[in-house]
Design a protein. Structure first.
Length: 258
């Protein structure tokens, strides 16, 4: 078995990785409120989300939903970093097994984010600022989320995180730790950097509707493009301008209807 893992570890890792991403997207699709998808597990989970006052059951469903969303959306943005990691295999510094540790550390950070996002959604639902599907019911909340996300596009923290995410080879050269535990530690650090890049855009799920496949697809594409060295530099600030403009128009609409 060890010989097989040594020889085919990288290939097995990629098969497992993309199977996991596909499974996460399929699970989210299963939760969609349509005639074909709104059944079984998806129906039961959406019913629990529409009644956040149910307590632990509702919270557990929210956490699972955010965890699946994070996996479906953030794992694809991690592919360039993983490819760079595997380019180190010729030095025997990285293997399929240590790559699992890298992904585990990265995913642990997003699980913490999912926990916090579930708490936020439950709180917002209880005060009627979002509906059962997590979509904003307040123009002021929408304007605030757009303003925060738009302003963050220009922040020094986001720029610093993006610079490291865009140059994974430089990251590994500066922060390399050997072995499985070292891979987990690097994954945690990479997850924190990725969270620093993407948390504000992820909160826009409350604007587009949590679990909305269109929003998820657009957000995933934008976050992946931002991490590309050449394209990302011409995406980040224009996107911030668009989001800030959306915040202004939404705030004006809120004033008109108040």
């Amino acid at each position: 078995m060890s010989a097989i893992l040594t020889r085919y570890g990288t290939g097995l890792f990629w098969l497992g990785f993309f199977a996991f991403v596909l499974a996460a997207w399929l699970a989210i699709y299963q939760m969609q409120p349509g005639e074909l998808a709104f059944q079984g597990f998806g129906r039961d989970l959406l019913l629990s989300l529409s009644a956040p006052h149910t307590g632990s059951a509702g919270f557990g469903g929210l956490f699972l939903m955010w965890a699946l969303m994070s996996a479906a959306m953030m794992a694809p943005t991690f592919v360039p970093t993983l490819r760079t990691y595997f380019n180190l295999t010729h030095t025997e510094a990285a293997t399929g097994l240590t790559a699992v540790g890298l992904v585990a550390g990265y995913g642990a950070v997003w699980l913490v984010f999912s926990l916090l996002a579930a708490v936020a959604q439950l709180t917002l639902a209880r005060i009627a600022l979002v509906d059962g599907l997590g979509q904003s019911q307040s123009l002021w909340l929408t304007a605030g989320l757009l303003a925060v996300a738009g302003g963050y596009q220009f922040s020094a923290l986001k720029e610093a995180c993006l610079n490291q995410c865009r140059t994974p080879l430089m990251f590994f050269m500066g922060h390399w730790k050997p072995g499985g535990m070292g891979a987990i530690q690097m994954g945690l650090r990479l997850g924190a950097l990725c969270l620093g890049c993407c948390w504000a855009l992820m909160t826009l799920g409350f604007v587009g509707g949590v679990m909305n496949l269109v929003w998820m697809g657009i957000a995933t594409l934008l976050m992946a493009l931002e991490k590309l060295p050449e394209i990302g530099r011409i995406v980040t600030r224009p996107l911030g301008i668009v989001l800030l403009a959306g915040a202004v128009f939404t705030a004006l609409a809120a004033l008109e209807y108040s």
